[in-house]
Design a protein. Structure first.
Length: 118
């Protein structure tokens, strides 16, 4: 039964394999060119996202509650926690800068190896 299905859909399978190969080679090429930038951008977005979450809870959500409401206090502590996590992440990135650079170099070397041995 499955062999009959493959015989009926061989054109779809052939086109799918070709498109997958083209996308795969394109992906490897793009990652080789901007892989390091993608990693650094993800770190920056992580820190900005945590800090932005703290700003959002402090300036936009917290004023919606009364001072006596426990949610007001929870949001205040939540914003402190988000800012603390953003700061901790930034400090760890600064301390691990050389390790991150080494990891990016290994990542790029791996991509070059895979691209040359396809």
């Amino acid at each position: 039964m499955w062999a009959f299905n493959i015989m009926k859909a061989w054109q779809v399978l052939l086109v799918g394999a070709g498109v997958a190969a083209i996308f795969g080679y394109t992906y490897i090429f793009i990652i080789r060119l901007i892989g390091g930038a993608i990693i650094w951008i993800s770190f920056v977005l992580l820190v900005l996202g945590l800090a932005g979450g703290g700003v959002y809870t402090w300036f936009f959500q917290r004023p919606k509650y009364e001072l006596t409401d426990p949610t007001y206090t929870y949001l205040e502590y939540g914003s402190y926690a988000l800012w603390g996590l953003a700061g901790l992440t930034l400090i760890l990135l600064c301390l691990c800068y050389n390790a991150v650079k080494l990891g990016i170099a290994v990542f790029k070397t791996t991509i070059e190896y895979v691209q040359s041995n396809l």
